[in-house]
Write a protein that binds this ligand. Sequence first.
Ligand SMILES: [Zn+2]
Length: 510
Amino acid sequence: MRHLLSDNTTSINTTESNSRWRNNSVHQSEPHQSEPHQSDHEAVLRAASRSSSAMTATVLVGLMVGVSAGGRADDASETYRVGTFSADVTIPLNHRCMGVLPTKSLSIADPLYAKGFVLLGAGDPIVYVAVDWCEIRNAAYDQWRDALANAAETPRERVLVSSIHQHDAPVTDRGAARLLETVGLRGELYDETFHERTVARVARALRESLSQTQPVTHLGLGQAKVKEVASNRRVVRKGGVASYARGSNGGGDAFYASAPEGEIDPFLKTISFWNGDEPVLALSVYATHPMSYYGRGEVSSDFVGLARQQRQEEVPGLFQIYASGCSGDVTAGKYNDGSPEARLRLIGRMLQGLRDAWENTRRVPLTEISFRNTQLDLDYSPDPHLTLESLRERMENDRLRVEDRILAAMGLSSRLRVASGQTIDFPCIDFGAAQIVLFPGESFVGYQLLAQRMRPDSSVVSIGYGECWPGYIPTAAAFGDNFANSWLWTAPGAEDRIRAALERVLLPGK
Ligand SMILES: [Zn+2]
């Protein structure tokens, strides 16, 4: 283990060799319709209710020469290989954002991307992709995973998809879209044709990356504290009453700006894949909602995506992926007043976190990769407002605002999904010295802190916003605070189920 980049030679070599890799990351894009220019569910939904009056895998076989499935080649440097891919996933203009925002996309401030990797040599290929979208749910989530699984010729369970959760970005849910179609609201949640083309574009990028893979010999592990970005929604008011009302732009309010940060995970973690001394890709994860401002129809990857872009420009050949950690209850609220200036400050702080985690990176030989998946069975909310009848009545009620009817259709789609017995995949990629775990929905930060505590010997990289139907997934403590929200579809008891699932994937054999 050595401290990388403390030595200038390594650093220079890295930069020089990067130009070679630049061509190795496959990118699929399409032109944009508009020139760039440069508050959360609770606030939006509150405002909403106020305003409501009533391949064929041809290349793969070739790539696997020298690698037996699940085993190792004699030459350790050829055991594992990785391909990286990127595709444009920007929504068209006049497209719904966050599922329920009244203001549809009016301009493209900066493009949205799906960025991912495919890992070969650990049995069937393992795919991960992070998408600059708000949420991907239910049958739409299946669509993404099936298309990428098909492209990589691997089972669906080995395809990990997460949203980064920007809000001027889409929510997709095929079941909800079909339900809305039955009540005359076709295309109101999202454009299904755009969605299918986009998924196909990402799958194409993945497939093409399979012919441009590189060996992976080492794993890089780095982390750094990010300063003055994250704060918990939870604040304690006079009299000791807990409230989760500090939204992502809460810093405009003196009370929210001065209240303590509360429970956060201060560490941004960067896990990187190396070919000898040369880094191939860096996946960085931090637990915060990614919004500085939204709801104005200005499509953007927001401060986290813009920090990712700046970091990519700083180190052009090192492929950068960013993902949001478990951050249902974490936003930039304490430090963000929703102004454009605040967005710039947040970009700068995230960029510094990315640089620092890279500076702190130590490299270890990569000698094992295992994959484990378990089923997470979350109950649907018992809220009387979310019964089948209640949801259906609201979805069908044309006196209600379209946004309220969409929300009901999303709830109904999830309710039907749970009733059908479909559980949530809860996957873990285990690199020995580090594990990547993918959580569903808006899992609270307490869950990733719990995951790290279970494995104090290694670096657990928790990613949130996988299957997103549950919406918020509070911890037992937050349910105990009577956490309530219109974006909450899962029932108390989630923590016991998640803890058990974590034990199965992080502590196998115990
Ligand atoms: Zn959220």
